[in-house]
Design a protein around this ligand. Structure first.
Ligand SMILES: Nc1ncnc2c1ncn2[C@@H]1O[C@H](COP(=O)(O)OP(=O)(O)OP(=O)(O)O)[C@@H](O)[C@H]1O
Length: 260
């Protein structure tokens, strides 16, 4: 279990995170959702160990990680821009980290992951020959072969569209469940957070506005922020589509619209 206790962080006298407390269970998929500048990436970087908190504790399975350097925490991140090596082919990108730590994954485990992520036909391609969704899957595979204790994903779907987005979403869910991998995802997209995660943490101005499962967030929003900025955004999106195509049955101004 990952536990954050009263985490505070300021930059140049401005509070960015203001007393964050949370528990994340092993194998859980948790999204950190909130508007631009609310402190999502700062929180992710604190967990990863890139950024230091001003105060508070990060505890993983009973061990205090607060002052443990990033490389010793055993958490791993897939960045928004994937950060792949353009001069190496797909297979070499995936297995890059195993050069120095060859015992972490067996050859069979690497092969399984390649199949799970649907990358077999792309193994000898260069990164520039791949689509955004394929790059994303290579970045996921490269991180997964290192068997992180916690997988951190920074806006993993933001560059993707439609069917590809849904397919990556499914693969992230499958991997997290199959490997019982604790997965923390940063996103500003409510639909993404609510359809991908076991629980969603909504952050506003450095504080947790609500931390609950998607059903609780939709049916029992904790207050005005969640209601106005998260749920209303989804209603507007839905209304726009049905209005555009003249389906009056499914449009309504207010709370009756269920997001399903
Ligand atoms: N290294 C830094 N130095 C100074 N200020 C910073 C630094 N990193 C982040 N901030 C500030 O902290 C606040 C939160 O930034 P953060 O990147 O965590 O937000 P975010 O919720 O991830 O935003 P976005 O969705 O736009 O990426 C912002 O006001 C940002 O300007």
């Amino acid at each position: 279990m990952l536990k954050l206790e009263n985490i505070k962080k300021s930059y140049d006298g401005t509070t960015v995170l203001d007393g964050i407390n949370l528990d994340i269970q092993d194998g859980e998929i948790v999204s950190i959702l909130g508007p631009s500048g609310c402190g999502k990436t700062t929180l992710l970087n604190l967990i990863l160990g890139i950024t230091e908190a001003d105060s508070g504790k990060i505890i993983y399975n009973g061990e205090d990680m607060t002052n443990i350097p990033m490389e010793k925490r055993g958490f791993n991140i897939v960045f928004q821009d994937y950060a792949l090596f353009p001069n190496l082919n797909v297979y070499k990108n995936i297995t890059y980290g195993l050069k120095n730590k060859p015992d972490i994954s067996t050859k069979e485990e690497v092969e399984d992951l390649i199949d799970l992520l649907g990358l077999r036909e792309h193994l000898t391609k260069k990164i520039e020959q791949l689509s955004g969704g394929q790059k994303q899957r290579v970045a996921l595979a490269r991180t997964m072969v290192m068997k992180p204790k916690i997988l951190l994903l920074d806006e993993p779907l933001s560059a993707l569209d439609g069917v590809i987005k849904e397919s990556i979403k499914d693969r992230i869910k499958t991997i997290a469940k199959e490997y019982h991998l604790t997965t923390i995802i940063v996103t500003h997209d409510p639909e993404e957070a609510l359809t991908l995660s076991d629980r969603v943490m909504i952050v506003n101005e450095g504080k947790i506005a609500q931390f609950g499962n998607p059903d609780e967030i939709i049916h029992k929003p904790s207050g005005e922020f969640v209601e106005k900025f998260i749920l209303n955004q989804l209603r507007i999106k839905r209304n726009n589509i049905f209005t555009l195509f003249g389906d009056k049955k499914n449009t309504t101004e207010g709370k009756e619209v269920r997001v399903s």
